[in-house]
Design a protein around this ligand. Structure first.
Ligand code: KIV
Ligand code: ZN
Length: 496
């Protein structure tokens, strides 16, 4: 029998602290419901004393979400604990997460006190929190840099005072995986009352080792892991939910651990959080990045088309991603070209494929990536194909938050024009396009990037749309970002 690892999600607390990621209460409830569907065990909903907004969010999330335990953060201060308990009053299952610094750096330079006084405060806060709830988690802040013997004393003290979970945060993302392993193993072996509580891993990613450290902690005996979706969080972020969950799954035989996460919901939840927090995921991010299941070199494409497992250790369907992407570049081979031609309705074989492949290589040498639209062009089918192309686009900003776009598109040698109004030029353009295509799609992600940062730069726009449960990507680039956005949107629409 494998051991269960409790997933403690802190996307709405440690994740939401990131500048620019702040959500309003309605958005937080939407995220909380998605996390409930995803199957997290504990949902850290906020830090109630920090602001009236955070207090309200904890109250509303407690009412809206019933399955996971709802957790609220506090300092080791009575007032914080009282306010957290009040915010949690509607929770079906409530946890108070209190704590204080455990490293000498924090004790001397931040808290300006002594180890003895810290132990007293830790005991006081835990006991006080237990007056309000049965489930109290204590965090030993900066445990990653704390003296081991003192840390063990602190863990023993808070367990004796009633802590049910003890969090061992690597607050600064400092530890090496073996150091974090040894820390947890030391506590497991040297804290006399350790059987009365669960140890929790809370690792930050300053050296890019948050996932490795969390897995090491679990191997050493911790049974809770604190994570955020997409790994968002302070500075370089927190341990990412999708990475630890999928590591436990991929290495099930070695780790013998399982979680209650519904992995099919990983990708949709990641998209929702990206959209609401306006925090793009790096394209090469494990599991949920745009390129996580994209293959561009000829050898890999050929291998993946023969058998997905040649170059993929996870089936993208398992995490809710519709399919692997075969990206056509100058490094692609015939197998990849044939695969994409088949997909757009041009099955070719033998000599015909060889001829098209030659043309393709010439074009690919000039362009970085070859899209379906380029293939159709190359095949001489642009004029009578079924794709929309921009003929003209004219945008006017009428007032603040009010724009109008006039667009003309061509398809099958026919012209279509429409006017769209929106809160900005991109919104107006997309609305105008929607009037023409009549497609019922949802814009899931919109990302503009400048490459050099200069005002003469080219804007690259990545768009993701959803039609029902299926996602489509679109890409467009231009010196005019509204034009680039229209191209990207049409690129996605043309793939429907
Ligand atoms: O990183 C950290 O130490 C924290 C604590 C507040 C749990 O986020
Ligand atoms: Zn943290």
């Amino acid at each position: 029998m494998s051991d269960k690892v409790y997933i403690f999600d802190t996307t709405l607390r440690d994740g939401e602290q990131v500048p620019g990621c702040q959500l309003n209460t309605i958005e937080k409830i939407e995220v909380a419901k998605a996390l409930e569907e995803l199957g997290v065990d504990i949902l850290e909903a906020g830090f109630p004393i920090s602001s009236p907004g955070d207090f309200k969010s904890v109250v509303e999330i407690s009412k809206a979400v019933r399955k996971p335990t709802i957790c609220a953060l506090t300092r080791a201060v009575k007032k914080d604990i009282e306010v957290a308990a009040d915010a949690l009053k509607f929770a079906q299952k409530a946890r108070i997460h209190t704590g204080i610094g455990s490293s000498d750096i924090h004790i001397i330079h931040k808290l300006k006190t002594t180890r003895e006084k810290i132990l007293e405060k830790a005991a006081m806060a835990t006991k006080y929190a237990r007056n309000f709830v049965d489930d109290v988690e204590f965090f030993c802040e900066d445990a990653g840099r704390a003296d081991l013997e003192f840390l063990a004393k602190m863990v023993e003290t808070v367990i004796a005072s009633g802590a049910t979970v003890v969090n061992i945060p690597d607050t600064t993302g400092y530890c090496l995986p073996e150091q974090y392993y040894e820390k947890i193993a030391y506590l497991m072996n040297n804290v006399p009352n350790i059987d009365k509580a669960i140890l929790s891993c809370h690792c930050h990613n300053d050296l890019g080792m948050a996932t490795a450290n969390s897995i090491s902690g679990l191997r050493a005996g911790a049974r809770q892991v604190e994570v955020t979706v997409n790994g968002i969080g302070e500075r370089a972020g927190n341990t990412s939910l999708e990475e630890v969950v999928m590591t436990m799954r991929a290495h099930h035989e070695t780790l013998n651990l399982h979680t209650g996460i519904n992995i099919k919901k990983i990708y949709p939840t990641s998209r929702l959080i990206t959209r609401l927090m306006r925090m793009p995921v790096q394209p090469n991010k494990a599991i949920v990045g745009r390129n996580a299941f994209a293959h561009s070199s000829g050898i890999h494409q050929d291998g993946v088309l023969k058998n997905r497992e040649n170059y993929e250790i996870i089936d993208p369907h398992d995490v809710g991603i519709p399919e692997s992407l075969i990206v056509l570049t100058a490094r692609s081979g015939r197998a990849a070209l044939k695969y994409r031609l088949d997909k757009i309705g041009y099955p070719v074989e033998g000599e015909e494929l060889d001829t098209i492949y030659e043309k393709f290589l010439n074009l690919a040498d000039q362009k970085k990536e070859i899209y379906d639209e380029d293939l159709l062009d190359m095949l001489g089918h642009t004029k009578d194909n079924k794709i929309y192309q921009i003929v003209s686009l004219d945008v006017h900003n009428i007032a603040e938050n009010e724009s109008t776009a006039y667009i003309t598109l061509s398809k099958n040698e026919q012209l279509f024009s429409a006017e769209g109004k929106g809160n900005g030029p991109v919104d107006a353009t997309i609305k105008a396009i929607d009037k023409i295509t009549g497609e019922d799609v949802k814009l899931e992600e919109y990302l503009v990037q400048a490459i050099t940062g200069g005002s003469n730069d080219i804007g690259k726009v990545h768009i993701q749309i959803a039609k029902g449960d299926v996602f489509y990507y679109g890409f467009g680039s231009d010196t005019d970002i509204v034009y680039a956005s229209a191209k990207a949107y049409l690129d996605a629409i043309n793939k429907l």
